[in-house]
Design a binder for this molecule. Structure first.
Ligand code: HEC
Length: 196
């Protein structure tokens, strides 16, 4: 019921955020949702020029949608490397645990089951390049609207991100295999995880 309550509060907040984010988007990318009214368009275009920098306005490729935006293109997953997973655990506890839990939703999304909804490349790119992901990737944007906290850039190296990924895999194998019970379905009721 604690969760119920939080969810209720969240609905109100979410509506407000949606409005806010919607507003920002309209300004940021010159009226993303089709626009139409000429007066509006001009205004948006003008503001767009100021807000400028406009990384936002470049459409994502299919690959970016699936694998996220960042340095990681291809991750090969073999048998779990225990030593690597252990290193990942250390980094995770130091730099992620403040916001993330593997087995439940916290300040941030649950991560024990993240590989059920995201590709490994996406996970690593989110870790390595959160600012751009939050600015441009529709899934990350939606989570931002929901959690209202910006995942910070933690200055993680690619090797560390890979180790964290291994840690998540190792934990999913052990405890998280049962993620269709309780917590799993809770996460599934969230907005962006492909509804399972
Ligand atoms: C200050 C809190 C905070 C810290 C610290 C943090 N994150 Fe996040 N993370 C978030 C939030 C909040 C989101 C959801 C998107 C958003 O709002 O930024 C997120 C999203 C993610 C996602 C995407 C989840 C999904 O379902 O798509 C991954 C993967 C992730 N974080 C991994 C990590 C890892 C690994 C670390 C440590 C290196 C870390 N995060 C540190 C807050 C945090």
């Amino acid at each position: 019921m604690r969760i119920e309550k939080r969810r209720q509060a969240m609905v109100g907040i979410r509506a407000a955020t949606a409005a806010l984010v919607g507003g920002l988007l309209a300004v940021g990318c010159g009226g993303g949702d089709g626009a139409g009214g000429d007066g509006v368009d001009t205004a948006a275009a003008a503001t767009g020029a100021v807000a400028g920098a406009g990384a936002d306005s470049t459409p994502l490729t299919q690959e970016e949608l699936e694998r996220g935006i960042g340095p990681v293109r291809e991750v090969e997953l073999g048998a779990i490397d225990e030593a690597l997973a252990e290193r990942g655990e250390e980094v995770f506890e130091l730099k992620c645990f403040a916001c993330h839990r593997l087995e439940e939703r916290y300040v941030a999304p649950q991560l024990g089951n993240v590989l059920e909804r995201r590709r490994p490349e996406y996970v690593m790119n989110m870790i390595l390049n959160p600012a751009e992901m939050l600015a441009r990737h529709p899934v990350a944007k939606e989570l931002l609207a929901e959690y209202m906290t910006m995942m910070p850039d933690q200055d993680i190296t690619e090797a560390e991100a890979r180790a964290i990924l291994e840690y998540i895999r190792a934990e999913a194998r052990e405890g998280g295999g049962d993620s269709n019970q309780g917590t799993g379905s809770e996460a599934g009721s969230g907005t962006t995880d492909g509804g399972r």
